[in-house]
Design a protein around this ligand. Structure first.
Ligand code: DAH
Length: 352
């Protein structure tokens, strides 16, 4: 075996080393215990004494060349994709999957769902209306004349539009009363959840967008006591059977008589902890020591509203009410800042 012909052979073999198996066979052929290099080394004692040193050097050089070839080939093979795909088409089918986080409904959506389902159980239907509304439906149809000072209470985002068909972002859900009554005849029992907009400066209790639920019922012989009964069922379902309710006289242009509805404070239970101090010596921070919390506005639908939609006010009567969803959720869950609902902070949202 002469070293020269071994080199020539290696040069031919190098081009075939395209797989790990071929490279391993090459390594065994030359470097294994009984491989060519050890055969060459083993043949040294049989050489003439003066040839041994030079031959030994040649063998060592050849060995280091073979090692260099193997190292080089290993590098190129590692950089290449495996030539035969693994079972599963190159995907490691034994690897654990990436778990999907389970989402949840936003607390405002949960509150809307809870409130609407209470009314649906009492026979109300759910209707939604557009957030871009006509000035007529938002104001005039609801007995809020253009120059009436009560319109200041519903401060409004106007949209550039022709004066005779002025559009705006609805400032309450009440305009859906007009839409429904114009297209249907009594009896009606309707609940309307949705977004409303007012140009308010943002602080802990105000946003330029929030949610309301409007409700109304119209038929022959609907009375104020029907309003009280329906709202009592609602308030006890949301806040607990122990709460008390009170109706305070108020003014809304679209109802007459009108009332604001309070529930007894869910924290101090109406014990007005301003004078009866809590154990920490503080007055109730939720009701401010008043003992009552305002939750909604309501009343008997004004005859002028019926006239605008073409209902006979001597035949039909009805009640209506409207509440802010964020306010209900804040009271129910003890949340002190309305901005928390819309900051998308998962530490807050995951609690619901
Ligand atoms: N639309 C009123 C508001 O946004 C709330 C309201 C009060 C609605 C009395 C009603 C109602 O239907 O009867 O402040």
């Amino acid at each position: 075996m002469d070293i020269y012909s071994i080199r020539t052979q290696i040069e031919l073999e190098v081009n075939q080393l395209n797989s790990r198996e071929a490279l391993e066979a090459f390594r065994n052929k030359y470097l294994a215990r009984k491989g060519i290099i050890s055969q060459l080394t083993g043949s040294i004692p049989s050489l003439a004494v003066e040839e041994r040193a030079a031959f030994g050097k040649e063998v060592n050089l050849l060995k280091s060349q073979i090692l260099a070839i193997i190292a080089e080939k290993e590098k190129t093979l590692a950089a290449e994709k495996p030539s035969t795909p693994a079972p599963g088409g190159g995907i490691d089918i034994g690897m654990p999957g990436i778990a999907q986080e389970i989402g949840r409904l936003h607390p405002i959506t949960q509150t809307i769902d809870e409130i609407t389902s209470i009314f649906v159980q009492m026979g109300f239907s759910v209707v939604e209306g557009p957030e871009i509304e006509t000035e007529y439906n938002n104001f005039t149809g609801l007995n809020i004349p253009l120059d009436h000072p009560s319109r200041d209470a519903f401060d409004t985002f106007y949209i550039k539009s022709p004066a005779k068909n002025r559009l705006l972002l609805r400032s309450h859900t009440s305009p859906v009363q007009i839409r429904v009554m114009k297209s249907r005849r009594p009896p009606l029992a309707i609940i309307v959840p949705g977004r409303v907009y007012r140009p308010d400066a943002v602080d802990a209790s105000h946003l330029f967008m929030f949610h309301q639920i409007e409700g109304f019922m119209v038929d022959e012989g609907i009375r104020f006591s029907d309003l009280k009964g329906v709202l009592e069922v609602f308030a006890k379902a949301v806040f607990g059977k122990e709460i008390k309710m009170r109706f305070r006289p108020h003014f809304f242009p679209f109802t007459e008589p009108s009332a604001e509805v309070d529930i007894s404070c869910i924290i101090c239970q109406g014990r007005q902890l301003s004078d009866v101090l809590t154990s920490q010596g503080k007055r109730c921070s939720v009701c401010g020591g008043k003992g009552w919390l305002e939750i909604l506005g309501s009343g008997m639908i004004h005859p002028n509203v019926f006239k605008h939609v073409g209902y006979d006010p001597t035949k039909y009567t009805g009640f209506a009410f409207g509440m802010g969803i964020e306010r209900i959720a804040m009271l129910k869950y003890g949340i002190s800042d309305i901005r928390l609902f819309f900051e998308n902070d998962l530490r807050f949202l995951r609690q619901f």
